[in-house]
Design a protein around this ligand. Structure first.
Ligand code: ADP
Ligand code: MG
Length: 258
């Protein structure tokens, strides 16, 4: 059964999509079978991997709200081979539409991916920047949550809020939800703030925090405009090295559990 990892933080711009794309790609590069589900109506992961297609392409919205089988929504990407379930602006209303549903509204994604879980080693969910029903669906479908934390003021407050949500999900719709890890992003060794926030987060969360932090690296922000992960766009960049290191850590943690 594939391991399902939700990349989640209710804050926008902390590196969720960048991490989703590059962790998915890093895992694919070492031969893992990976499905990336874009779960944000901004569709950044979809665009960043050039998986946006014509208007008739099924998206995660068609899967959740129109009952389209997930297999029909998968867009294959070559080099490295990743399957992508795209998202677009259609998903923007899904939180509200789901809320009107009677039972099982937290479990739509979990049910949707059940038939294909064993076809993948890893299923990565790029979550939206909110704590609404979409995020609850992701955390209900997931085995674990990977939390990107940007090295800036209020980083810890944001994580504390997220931990409350995680506990709520653990008490209600997914009691097996684990924390996969906490990832420091946009780290800039030259700024005191980055160093301080990083120390704070490491002190508070200990071993949950990955040893590799992701540096601020312009190559990471350029790669999506070419439809590439950092490993295709600039494999020698500091960003590529950091995400390769993260990939190794994720693999190592999971081999210990298995
Ligand atoms: P989120 O999905 O949490 O909103 P993104 O991954 O889209 O965050 O990142 C927000 C912006 O910051 C994007 O423009 C992205 O290209 C850029 N970015 C993310 N991580 C880095 C990094 N390590 N170095 C430089 N730019 C980054
Ligand atoms: Mg995003």
């Amino acid at each position: 059964m594939g391991k399902v990892i939700a990349i989640s933080n209710q804050k926008g711009g902390v590196g969720k999509t960048t991490t989703s794309i590059n962790l998915a790609s890093g895992l694919a590069h070492v031969g893992k079978k990976v499905l990336l589900i874009d779960f944000d109506s901004q569709g950044n992961a979809t665009q960043g991997l050039n998986a946006s297609q014509n208007n008739s392409q099924a998206t995660i919205h068609s899967v959740l709200m129109e009952g389209v089988p997930i297999q029909q929504a998968i867009v294959p990407k070559m080099n490295p081979r990743i399957d992508i379930v795209p998202a677009n602006i259609n998903l923007a209303g899904a939180d509200l539409d789901m809320d009107k549903m009677e039972a099982g509204k937290e479990e739509l994604l979990k049910k949707a991916i059940a038939p294909i879980r064993d076809q993948y080693d890893y299923i990565i969910i790029d979550c939206p920047p909110s704590l609404g029903l979409l995020n609850t669906n992701a955390l209900t479908a997931a085995d674990s949550i990977l939390i990107p934390v940007q090295c800036e003021y209020y980083a810890l407050e944001g994580v504390t809020q997220l931990l409350i949500t995680i506990r709520l999900v653990q008490r209600t719709s997914n009691r097996n939800l684990k924390i996969e890890g906490i990832l420091l992003t946009m780290f800039d060794i030259r700024t005191r703030l980055s160093v301080e926030v990083s120390q704070d987060v490491r002190q508070t969360f200990g071993k949950l925090v990955y040893q590799n932090s992701i540096p601020r690296n312009v190559k990471l922000s350029e790669a999506p405009s070419r439809g590439m992960s950092i490993f295709e766009y600039d494999p020698k960049s500091t960003g590529a090295k950091a995400y390769a290191g993260l990939t190794e850590e994720v693999l190592k943690r999971n081999s210990k559990e298995a």
